[in-house]
Design a protein around this ligand. Structure first.
Ligand code: CP
Length: 302
């Protein structure tokens, strides 16, 4: 059974193959299989990018998407996550994509016999986001070795920060952090915290993070203006960035908080490229967990 619960589910070789498959995804056409394969999308937390790009990926792969409305499901009657997923497995769903507020929710799904694709677990991991970030960085710089990536902002509450820091280090990048001391996470940031002013001068990639107000009270002493001035990517700081350095952000963006509004679509910004890559990466993930390249006939489109 192939899952994607964290990037630990992949060897580095498998991860590299997934990125290479994602890069090819707009050149590959997958033929419909009969009967169609159904994937269920279970989102217990709000999402725009991850949910919609998994749905786009499913459409483009000729899969059927089963929409699961948490608020109108038997979750409201107390049905557990395990029983919900077991039910979907029983009625013929072949894989589930799950976003859930609980960290490592997938541990309660160990006896499930269909692939689990983690679309974000609380402050735990966000493997598909990380893969699309890696794809975007790879398209820009080709190799990860020797790059300096600075992850900025609310590190402690961010699943994106943790997943990216771990994998980028494994791939040979130097990873530093900038942001308020109280939002650092010693487990990953210890000894690698730098100031924003140093970050913009040294980074190849400035990875800006949204303040995760759904997981803590942003007020902790900060107004939006004060935060922007102290730790935001301001117009002034952007001018100090290296010639070829780029800006990433998983989005949604809080404009004029972690990043100046006018930088969101500036020449260095790859924020919307990341979203476009999100569909390619999610197609590759679904193809990987469902073995689509083996069960479906596929062809290259020139
Ligand atoms: N980046 C990301 O996960 O966005 P959504 O919450 O909109 O899916």
């Amino acid at each position: 059974m192939k899952h994607l619960r964290t990037l630990e589910d992949l060897t580095l070789e498998q991860l590299e193959k997934l990125l290479s498959l994602a890069n090819e995804m707009d050149k590959i056409s997958l033929k419909q299989s009969e009967p169609p394969i159904t994937v269920a999308n279970l989102f217990f937390e709000p999402s725009t990018r991850t949910k919609c790009s998994f749905e786009m990926a499913q459409k483009e792969l000729g899969l059927h998407s089963l929409h699961f409305e948490t608020n109108f499901s038997s979750v409201q009657k107390g049905e557990t996550l395990y029983d919900t997923v077991k039910t979907l497995e029983s009625i013929g769903v072949k894989a589930v994509v799950i976003r859930h507020p609980e960290k490592a929710y997938y541990k309660e799904l160990e006896n499930i016999n269909i692939p689990i694709v983690n679309a974000g677990d609380g402050a735990g991991d966000h493997p598909s986001q990380s893969l699309l970030d890696l794809l975007t960085i790879q398209q820009e710089f080709v190799i990860f070795q020797g790059l300096h990536i600075v992850i900025c902002g609310d590190i402690r509450h961010s699943r994106v920060a943790r997943t990216n820091a771990n994998i980028l280090r494994k791939l040979g990048s130097k990873v530093s952090f900038a942001g308020p001391e109280e939002w650092m996470d010693r487990e990953i940031t210890k000894g690698n915290v730098i100031s924003m002013d140093k970050a913009v001068k040294e980074a190849d990639v400035m990875m800006m993070l949204r303040i995760q107000t759904e997981r803590h009270d942003m007020s902790e002493g900060w107004t939006k203006e004060a935060y922007h001035e102290a730790y935001g990517l301001t117009v002034g700081r952007e001018k100090l960035m290296k010639k070829n350095a780029v800006i990433l952000h998983p989005a949604p963006v809080n404009r004029d908080v972690e990043i100046a509004s006018e930088l969101v679509e500036c020449d260095r910004s790859r924020i919307f490229k990341q979203m476009k890559n999100g569909v390619l990466v999610r197609k590759a993930i679904l193809a990987y967990v469902l073995n689509l390249l083996e069960v479906k006939k596929y062809e290259r489109v020139i």
